[in-house]
Design a binder for this molecule. Structure first.
Ligand SMILES: Cc1cc2nc3c(=O)[nH]c(=O)nc-3n(C[C@H](O)[C@H](O)[C@H](O)COP(=O)(O)O)c2cc1C
Length: 169
């Protein structure tokens, strides 16, 4: 699948079958995430791979839109190391770029995923901090629920002329 097809066909997949995702494929997703651009090339990200179903099933107790994790093969938590945030506040964009890169790689590899928002919701940040023993200088940013898809969705076709402005508003 070429890059344009992966971008245009990506949708949020919340139903998964039981086929396990190989370590090799997980490494590819992480390679895609870490290939993202970042402010000053700071690469402030860390990734926590969650494969234990007991841990995955605890997350919906403090995240009210995360039920799909109970059927996911794994989830990857994208975090930022605030000791590496040299370009004040840019870490949010760095972690967003890493997250989206991973979603596109998921699509290109025949997997399915959905981006779960963590930052800036306090209860989700604190819930994950406690569950995964995350130190204070690390902020959990987004959680990506991943598995082989058990649902299909059509292309979204969101191209919208009214949101495009040339040279001035
Ligand atoms: C910042 C962000 C947070 C999101 N949080 C959740 C979430 O908590 N639970 C969920 O099921 N989907 C979540 N989504 C997925 C969106 O609902 C989804 O991307 C949107 O409805 C568009 O659908 P699509 O991804 O299929 O194109 C989130 C997406 C983004 C970008």
């Amino acid at each position: 699948m070429d890059a344009m097809d992966a971008v245009l066909s990506r949708r949020s997949i919340r139903k998964y079958n039981k086929k396990p995702v190989s370590d090799e494929l997980i490494k590819k997703l992480l390679d895609a995430a870490m290939s993202a651009p970042s402010a000053g090339n700071e690469q402030p990200w860390h990734f926590i791979i969650i494969t234990d179903p007991r841990i995955l099933s605890k997350i919906p107790t403090f995240h009210n839109h995360a039920e799909m994790l109970k059927g996911a093969s794994l989830a990857i938590l994208v975090c930022s190391d605030m000791n590496l945030d040299k370009h004040k506040g840019m870490w949010v964009q760095d972690c967003s770029a890493a997250t989206e890169n991973m979603l596109i790689a998921v699509q290109a590899q025949g997997l399915g995923a959905v981006w779960l928002g963590i930052y800036p919701r306090e209860e989700r940040i604190n819930g994950l901090r406690k569950l995964l023993s995350i130190p204070e200088h690390i902020i959990p940013f987004s959680l990506i629920s991943i598995g082989y898809p058990a649902e299909t969705k059509p292309k979204a076709n969101r191209y919208n002329e009214s949101r495009i402005h040339y040279n001035k508003w």
